[in-house]
Design a protein around this ligand. Structure first.
Ligand SMILES: Cc1cc2nc3c(=O)[nH]c(=O)nc-3n(C[C@H](O)[C@H](O)[C@H](O)COP(=O)(O)OP(=O)(O)OC[C@H]3O[C@@H](n4cnc5c(N)ncnc54)[C@H](O)[C@@H]3O)c2cc1C
Length: 382
């Protein structure tokens, strides 16, 4: 079922990943009129499905910059986001608040975690430093090679596939028109404003469009061509392995500087990932699997005996500066970007939904969004 394509909408969203769905939900909750979400395949099939679901801004941060502020704000929205989704849909997105460990496995790693510990403690952020025996007591699966660790009690995880189901269910209940198996090819621009979308199934007239097409965001053309600003988003492939780990080997999400493992409530243990420029190819490769296994076994040698039950890859959407691209397009009225979420789209979904809705409905660009404006790039012109 592709869903009926209406001839007009008040807001059209291009892309039904975690970002498009979260924005659609937030707009519908604000009463933004007729909202249409257009998705080329089925909703939530791409990067959002492939992700590990870690909500861990502190674990990898080396400074308290604008991105860190945005990411922490979004993480802190998660408890309410998850609870309201459960209330609306009955779907538990398995927000797991056990916390995240970041291991030092070499002398060099120890220096890095010490710096992270110092700046985050000075900034008043909750972080605990653990000795090798403390960390192995907490998670006995961790190898004897561990040299120390940080524990981030507020860095948590969500089951991103359940999150996608809950969002799709919620958006449908809120009356958003979801049109799948339909590709948007171009935006129609008249007198410096968006007036509609051309899709593989016809034209939709609409005064506001949000581009949330992940790594394919740059393929959407502009008519006439002369009105064409394009943000250059590229794919970064990430591969994953899923093990059957019953009973579960760890309660925490565990990072090392080279990889991570994530326990799921259903007994799966995920291990990731790779960061590769491989165009739009989504295959898993022998090299990718080998490096993920090596890094997972470095964290926990006990993984060696676990059966592998699944492998997959997804394409992270990355802008040239690796930061998200969020907010109104200054050159074209009614056009908004919500893309380039790269390694953090699951984490950034709630704040993206909230702030893009504010921009579309009230015309207000939050100070939190400004550093991520599409205008920071020299947009490519025809
Ligand atoms: C292996 C891996 C692990 C990850 N782990 C994490 C993690 O632990 N935590 C985290 O926060 N993030 C993680 N990420 C990143 C996260 O998955 C992405 O940042 C996020 O999913 C991006 O969401 P999106 O909705 O922008 O893109 P997508 O989920 O890719 O959705 C974009 C959608 O747009 C549709 N589309 C594209 N072009 C068109 C068109 N022309 N017309 C109509 N529809 C179109 C596509 O079909 C697709 O469904 C991970 C990613 C990978 C690959």
């Amino acid at each position: 079922m592709a869903g009926e394509l209406k001839s007009r909408a008040d807001v059209a969203i291009v892309g039904g990943g975690v970002i498009g769905l979260t924005i659609a939900r937030a707009l519908a909750q604000r009463g933004a009129g007729d909202i249409c979400l257009i998705e080329r395949e089925g909703v939530g099939h791409q990067a959002s499905f492939a992700a590990a679901g870690m909500l861990a801004p502190q674990a990898e941060a080396d400074s308290q910059d604008d991105f860190f502020a945005l990411a922490c704000r979004s993480r802190d929205l998660y408890p309410n986001f998850a609870a309201s989704l459960r209330e609306e849909t009955g779907i538990d997105v398995e927000l797991d608040t056990t916390g995240t460990l970041y291991l030092a496995l070499t002398y060099h790693d120890l220096g890095d975690i010490q710096k992270r510990y110092e700046w985050q403690t000075a900034a008043g952020l909750p972080v605990e430093k653990l000795t090798p025996s403390q960390v192995r007591e907490l998670e006995p699966c961790i190898g004897e090679n561990v040299a120390g660790a940080l524990r981030f009690p507020l860095d948590v995880q969500v089951e991103n596939r359940r999150l996608l189901s809950a969002l799709a269910n919620s958006v449908e209940k809120l009356g958003v028109s979801i049109v799948t198996r339909t590709s948007v090819s171009s935006l129609d621009i008249r007198k410096g404003r968006v007036t509609g979308l051309t899709t593989s199934r016809g034209f939709i007239s609409c005064p506001a469009v949000v581009i949330a097409a992940g790594t394919w965001s740059s393929f959407i053309r502009f008519q006439p061509e002369s009105a064409k600003p394009t943000v250059a988003i590229e794919p970064v492939r990430g591969q994953m392995i899923s093990f059957d780990a019953r009973p579960q080997v760890t309660r925490h999400v565990i990072y090392s500087p080279r990889g991570y493992i994530v326990p799921r409530q259903d007994g799966r243990l995920l291990a990731g990932s790779t960061s590769e420029s491989a165009g739009f190819e989504r295959q898993v490769t022998a090299g990718g699997m080998s490096s993920i296994l090596q890094n997972a076994l470095e964290i926990s040698p006990s993984i060696a005996s676990l059966p592998i039950v699944d492998t997959w890859a997804g394409l992270r959407p990355r802008a040239p500066d690796s930061l998200p691209v969020l907010g109104p397009c200054d050159e074209i009225g009614g056009l908004f970007y919500a893309t380039g979420h790269y390694r953090n789209g699951i984490l950034l979904a709630p704040v993206t939904g909230e702030l893009i809705t504010e921009a579309v409905v009230a015309g207000v660009t939050s100070p939190l969004l400004r550093p991520f404006s599409p205008s920071r790039f020299d947009l490519v012109r025809a």
